[in-house]
Design a protein. Sequence first.
Length: 250
Amino acid sequence: MQVLDKIHNYCQENQLTYFISSGTLLGAVRHGGYIPWDDDIDIYMPRSSFNAFCEEFNNSNGRYRLINGYNTEDYYYTFPKVVDTKTLLIEREHTDRQIGIYVDIFPVDYVPHDLSERERLFKEKDKIKHLLIAKQSAIFRTLSLTGIIYRLYSRLAPSRLKLLKRFDDLIRNTSKTGQVCNLTDAGPSIKGCFNADAIAEAVDIKFENRVYKTMVGYKTYLEHTYGDYMTLPPEDKRIHHEFEAYITKD
């Protein structure tokens, strides 16, 4: 929550737009805050605000730092996180990558009107994403022969930074269309693209008794993303992340 407060205040002071999104938004609407079995926070930003945020945030925030593939060598996601540098988070699936407690920041980009063009975009971005992950994974840390061969092949691909830039250049679309999407590696499938009118402006929303910002068309977004979003999922679908978190000593 402190990380989210910092992001909110920074965006307000610098006239940048952000929206709480995904499970965070669902929790705000359905539970008034966190989904009881959830444990992270997701934020969407329109591309222009996202670019400005990534370029300038670290210049004025000592404790809270934006990390991405450009400023953190062993970071392989295609979206940034804002971390609390006075904390330590160890996720079970990535025990070798230890960062601070974080909030995920996702750019929202326009996608082509033509469905076949959109499909080509998704296939190309997934191809680069898989190369990025393979390139930074230990070659023999898998029992799959296909996986070993692919990781060996990835070493012949361009450098990690070149691949990341290729990915970013691919998903940026300056031509406004009627559909938008989070196109990063944590984004939805092609069916997750939603109406651009939903992000036409930001509105207030309560989350854990505090007021933040979300997209004006949040109900349309939630219905498109989750269907009957006010109905609780079965207990076996109430999944949470597995991690350990610590406050570090000064």
